[in-house]
Design a protein around this ligand. Structure first.
Ligand SMILES: [Zn+2]
Length: 111
């Protein structure tokens, strides 16, 4: 079990396993947020608290969440509840967890 929290602690969640790979994406939002994304099934992510504001744009199929208090990007989730994948910001995990993962560069800007 790996714990993650935003800077102020208003958003806290756990995932079942540490990510082996985190994704650094250069799409319009990821490059601005500096997020390192780890992908999970929503079933593998348990939120203890999730005081978030949300942001959507484009085709509005994905909801981006950030902490309501400190503003850290925390995760994204699909609007379609049957989509079995979500992304959490691995930077909210302990630094040694992130350091142990390999970083995959993803060319989201090209999509
Ligand atoms: Zn916060």
């Amino acid at each position: 079990m790996v714990e993650a929290s935003c800077h102020c602690g208003a958003v806290r969640f756990t995932v079942e396993t540490a990510p082996q790979t985190v994704t650094e994406c250069n799409c319009s939002i990821c490059r601005r947020s500096g997020v390192l994304c780890a992908y999970y099934s929503p079933k593998q992510v348990r939120f203890e608290s999730a005081a978030t504001d949300t942001y959507m744009w484009g085709d509005r199929s994905i909801v981006f969440h950030r902490c309501k208090v400190c503003g850290c990007f925390t995760h994204w989730s699909a609007v379609d509840p049957s989509y079995d994948r979500m992304g959490v910001n691995a930077r909210l995990m302990a630094p040694e967890i992130v350091a142990a993962a390999s970083v995959r560069k993803f060319d989201g800007a090209a999509m």
